[in-house]
Design a binder for this molecule. Sequence first.
Ligand code: ADP
Ligand code: MG
Length: 341
Amino acid sequence: MNQDKKNIEDVGEFGFIRSIMNDCLRSGGDVIQAIGDDCAVIGPYGGKVLLITTDLLIEDVHFMMGKIAPVHLGEKAVAVNLSDIAAMGGKPRHLFVSLAVPSHMAMGVLRSLYDGMKEICRRYRVNLLGGDTSSSPRGLFINVTVVGEAAKDEVLYRKGASPGDHICVTGTLGDSAVGLKLLKGELSAPRKLRQVFIDAQSRPAPQLKKAGLIAQSRLATSMIDISDGLVSDLDHICGASQVGARIFRERLPLSREMRTLCRTKRIDPYSFAISGGEDYQLLFTVPERHVGELNSLFRKKRIPVPVDIGEITAVAGIACVWPDGSESEIREKGFDHFRPS
Ligand code: ADP
Ligand code: MG
């Protein structure tokens, strides 16, 4: 079928992005990475490169106004962009914010939104330098663009993983997906546990410190942040590196709260860990001979050591090794805007 006759939902979010990737460059001289990674990379300028990323958050698609405090929404809009800078091993420096706002929106809400954005910018020493403001016919739109920097040869891309490399993650998986289910009323949890999941969903922390350590070590071969879900984002690394992967289900790191909730509710925590999105942990690959050295760098800094969840393989596809030792390909993918699960 002719591409133009299809709807975007027929090709999916990533099929759409692939369809517009051609003919985007006019003067490619200083473009090191165009469309296709967590940030665009340009330079070098005196040994350093610029990292640029942008993300759009839409009311009732990415957030529900009644379910997240405006101050936390402001923090999150910035945090998810800082996470893309972390994914490349960079340092965020400057930020732009564009809004489309329904006319009836209270100034107090907007003030709180900016309080949240300014607070997280203060925490990570990022300047808010500009943006744009428009009215919106329906719902709040928030677009954030971040400019960061990195040493040219410390940048980590989605490409670069090789068969035999170990696959590591910097923290627990699935808590944010449970938080989203709780906010939507699709799941319930005792009050004490509930807050942990809601915070994972509403107040994700960009893993900039860990990213810096990984990048500066120069021991890793590829990196991405987990925004769409472990398998979906691992699939991006595999696609860009032209490799496959094998993950061990029992090794996936789960929070204590996740284990407790899923045990009492008799639900499978691993489906959240495998395909739930918005963890904003880092997923990266390291050659086997460097794993020990990288882990000891984390120990020296008293930062929790990344969890080794599997290995890169030469055959395409992502396989899961089950607790009984059997292996099968994972078909469930993470979030795609045009292919809701
Ligand atoms: P992330 O989840 O890390 O934000 P995405 O999956 O949204 O990354 O995007 C993948 C790549 O596609 C990035 O390089 C991004 O800049 C690019 N991209 C996404 N949407 C568009 C678009 N509408 N036009 C041009 N490039 C896009
Ligand atoms: Mg990303």
